[in-house]
Design a binder for this molecule. Structure first.
Ligand SMILES: [Zn+2]
Length: 195
């Protein structure tokens, strides 16, 4: 994402501290790196509900719902098939952009660490921290069934993904007990503890 402006050929720069360095000519430019945060969760975990409250709780960060880029990616990708690795890489690039202004990005989206491991923009974050939003299976089932018909609702696969997330990542924050405001406060405390 950082290309050298001095080299004649397109040359990808490498991170070194808070700078980007050209491996060919040694050119340097500022490239601040900050931790990025992913608030993951299977469908109906409560990500969209908690979003406005998390925005209010974390003015020092930039909080995004990753779904906002699905529409543009559908238009950009051939046959309307989203290239999901490119989609995730785009969000890491956005997070790096936010870091230039001194703000960490908080991404609400169903990502897992393995999906980010090989992405070019990963090394432009100083770290990526994950938290999981979760609820009981019967609550998730009821939330999914209450959605409009146009929303995808493969309940069994969402339940399996939720089980995978809660067994592999931490912290896990419940959304079927606390209010969305309380969940947002817990998430904000988690972010601040890592900044
Ligand atoms: Zn160069």
């Amino acid at each position: 994402m950082h290309y050298c402006e001095r080299c004649a050929d397109p040359t990808v720069m490498a991170p070194e501290g808070d700078e980007a360095v050209c491996p060919v000519c040694g050119e340097r430019r500022p490239a601040r790196r900050l931790p990025a945060f992913v608030v993951t969760g299977a469908s109906a975990a409560g990500k969209t509900t908690v979003l406005p409250h998390l925005v209010a709780e974390l003015p020092e960060c930039v909080v995004f719902d990753v779904d906002w880029l699905i529409g543009p990616f559908r238009r950009a990708c051939s046959f309307g098939e989203v290239d999901w690795p490119a989609f995730r890489d785009a969000w890491l690039a956005v997070a790096h952009g936010a870091a230039q202004g001194g703000r960490s990005a908080v991404l609400l989206g169903p990502f897992v660490p393995a999906q980010l491991a090989d992405l070019p923009a990963l090394r432009w974050q100083s770290a990526v921290h994950f938290a999981v939003l979760d609820c009981a299976d019967e609550v998730r089932r009821a939330r999914l069934e209450a959605r409009p018909a146009w929303r995808e609702r493969d309940v069994d696969s969402h339940l399996a993904f939720a089980a995978h997330l809660r067994s592999t990542l931490s912290p896990v924050l419940r959304t079927d007990g606390p209010t969305p405001e309380a969940t947002a406060r817990s998430l904000a405390a988690w972010v601040r503890g890592l900044l």
